[in-house]
Design a protein around this ligand. Structure first.
Ligand SMILES: [Fe+2]
Ligand SMILES: [Fe+2]
Length: 169
């Protein structure tokens, strides 16, 4: 009977990992779409995809930093791993903020998208190969965390668009 409980705990930890991995896949698909558009798409289309990439990544990173990483710090006992992930987020955010104030025709636009993709590919690999397996083995309450992350994203999405419309007015 106690064995059954352990199985339930484990699968609930997997819930949050699946959610984060689904975000990773979504962004990967957007980067792929950008690559396809880069060749013969319009500047407007490129900007639209990059805007989506930046929004998805910002929300995902903020949710990880506010909810997932603090929990990871407690349960996996590997501060270096979490510190490195936070530094990688900071590097990505710098490029995101540059891209958000650029037009597709600006110099180095495509290069910045490519470097951001490379940063993210590396970072996602670190999370999926090193951090998530450790989280999966831990006793985190994954299903509670799924709800927290979803709420966080919902609240932040509204907040972000309000902020940018304020900035424009
Ligand atoms: Fe992630
Ligand atoms: Fe991350």
């Amino acid at each position: 009977m106690t064995q059954q409980k352990t199985t339930t705990d484990k699968s609930s930890a997997l819930g949050i990992i699946e959610l984060l991995k689904a975000d990773h896949e979504k962004v990967k698909a957007l980067f792929y779409e950008f690559e396809e558009t880069k060749e013969n798409g319009s500047s407007k289309k490129k900007e639209k995809i990059v805007k989506q990439i930046c929004e998805e990544l910002t929300l995902h990173a903020l949710a990880e930093e506010s909810i997932v990483y603090p929990a990871a710090r407690e349960v996996i006992n590997d501060d270096d791993l979490v510190d490195e992930a936070e530094v990688e987020h900071a590097g990505a955010k710098e490029l995101i903020s540059q891209l958000q104030s650029m037009n597709a025709d600006d110099s180095h636009y495509d290069a910045k998208v490519t470097v951001l993709r490379e940063y993210i590919e590396h970072h996602v690999k670190e999370e999926e190969k090193n951090m998530f397996p450790k989280l999966a083995k831990s006793k985190i309450n994954g299903s509670e965390m799924v709800e927290e992350v979803e709420h966080f994203k919902e609240n932040h999405k509204g907040h972000e668009s309000k902020k940018s419309s304020k900035k424009n007015s």
